[in-house]
Design a protein. Sequence first.
Length: 362
Amino acid sequence: MKRRRVHSTEAPINATRRTLLQGTLALVGGSAIASSLGSFPAGVLLAQARGAAASAATGTQLILLGTQGGPNVNLQRGEAASAVLAAGAPYLVDCGYGTLRALVQAGLRIADVTSVFVTHLHDDHTSDVAALISHKWTGGSAATGPAATTVYGPYGTAGLVEGALAFLKANIDIRTVDEGRTIKPATVFKGRDLSAAKVTEVFRDERVVVRAVENTHFPDRARAKMAYRSLAYRFITPDRSIVFSGDTAYSPGLIELARDADVLVCEAMDTVLRAELLKTAQSAPGGLNIESVERHIVETHSTTEDVGKMAAEARVKMVVLNHLLPGANAQRGGPIPDERYIEGVRKYFSGQVIVGVDQMRL
């Protein structure tokens, strides 16, 4: 498939496929840093990438905080979370388990996170929301409290924040009495439900514009029975446009949202894993007519080939594979090599493809 050339102010990126940090790069002011990673130790490469990125006074950075697909706790990948650093300010996308620790590891202050964008309300995207609220409040001044913080997301997000505050009630009551705190968390932590059946601007400040659209993570049969939805986001800054697919199957809405974007951060499921899950689902009594975890995974996530199709149709410049399935989950024969994720995308997309890892900066 021939791709239309799109002018970009960013230098081309060369990604190796040999080490755990395949494609780990730092883009500083549009320059490609560490274009060839060679065989340097992972720790050294991460230190170099973080140091180069930290030295940039301006420019937009993408930081992958958690790249594991699905609810899974392991030592290699955290649950879903990313940050867009625009003019030095962090905007958090999803907040799965391990996000707070990943923020600190990335050199970002929890106190500076004031805008959180949740793609949907599955636990692997929201588990650290309560922890973020709690630690921002307890880490702030007893007299002035933390900066006002809003969690944006589809229907149910406002309720999620209210539930987190209810969960923290005992902690809040005790510290209010024992530590003289005067700021009530409910006055500074808010949730806001978003609606974006079509591409819609949902946020704007002096650094970034955010657009959203519903993706296809929830099949029509499920959507008919509930008000919950799943969103994709596009962050637009003066120098970059970064799109987050969220969890989704092939999605025309996502393609429209991602049109000509600099970066598409897209979930990716290994095609071999999908075939195995489909076989399991079909062999169960009732087959695919019975709701099951296997059916959910097969029907509501993007294979690497789906990612390639959407990226090509949207004419994006770069694809960063994220929310990887199986990711760090144990597989027969050991971990899946990055080449296997990439080859599915390559069937349809000829641009740059990077397999994401935790703490990668772009």
